[in-house]
Ligand binder design. Structure first.
Ligand SMILES: C[S@@+](CC[C@H](N)C(=O)[O-])C[C@H]1O[C@@H](n2cnc3c(N)ncnc32)[C@H](O)[C@@H]1O
Length: 225
């Protein structure tokens, strides 16, 4: 893989406290909160070369199907990246963990058949730029698989999300925002949105600002506008 020098420094993201928390909480959420099944659904049917954006501690890696020839997994936070390297060793497909941020992907254009964004579009600093980068590195017809939380359909929770985003939520959760609309952003970035479904996590009980989620696929058009 040829890495390109782009503008952002390699450790552009530094949230060590959140990283420690996420490393533990995400494993519990996968096992007990049913997230593992959503990861499986997210990655099912992927093939060829795949780029994963903000891979965290690498919980998706073990779930890539055998038809995937290579995963390039970007993770900007150093301690999560170290955990991702360990997860990569246990994966059944080759996974190359590299530093880098979504806003300046250090890879060549049109080099990937698929891109994966799970629980990361909420956190990138510049969402339109990140999606433009994902579009750049996908081949025409390539797929963006997404599993993201986002803006609630109901007014009350949406209002609570906006308050959360303006106050403590991004500080506590490593720069995460809850009132972004990933589907609208993906469409605005020029992807063709394919099948998707909305879900909530947790499925039952009290909703929190990050409960409304969407899981689906979008495609880079074969012809540029
Ligand atoms: C909530 S975690 C999700 C991790 C992983 N994708 C998963 O599904 O478990 C958000 C991740 O986004 C990463 N991140 C934050 N800012 C980023 C950026 N600008 N570009 C790429 N990744 C970023 C964080 O370091 C963290 O690993």
């Amino acid at each position: 893989m040829q890495l390109r020098n782009r503008k952002l420094p390699r450790d552009a993201v530094h949230h060590p406290v959140f990283a420690r928390f996420y490393a533990r909480m995400s494993v519990t959420a996968d096992l007990r909160g049913g997230i593992a099944a959503y990861r499986e659904e997210l990655l099912s049917g992927l093939s060829g070369r795949v780029i994963e954006i903000g891979a965290g501690n690498g919980l998706n890696f073990a779930r890539y199907p055998g038809a995937v020839s290579e995963v390039v997994a970007l993770e900007p936070e150093r301690s999560l990246r170290q955990l991702a390297v360990r997860s990569a060793l246990r994966a059944e497909v080759p996974v190359d963990v590299v530093p880098g941020a979504a806003e300046a992907l250090p890879v060549k254009s049109e080099a990937f058949d698929g891109a994966v964004a799970s629980l990361v579009l909420c956190t990138v600093r510049d969402l339109p730029r990140a999606l433009a980068e994902i579009r750049r590195v996908l081949r025409p017809g390539g797929e963006l698989r997404f599993f993201e939380h986002g803006l609630a359909p109901g007014r009350a929770l949406a209002a609570a999300q906006r308050v959360a985003d303006r106050t403590l939520w991004p500080l506590v959760f490593g720069g995460c925002h809850t009132a972004r609309d990933p589907l609208a952003a993906i469409a605005a970035a020029g992807f063709e949105v394919g099948t998707y479904r909305r879900l909530r996590i947790p499925e039952r009980g009290l909703q929190v600002p990050s409960s409304p989620c969407v899981l689906g696929v979008a495609r880079k058009p074969f012809t540029e506008d």
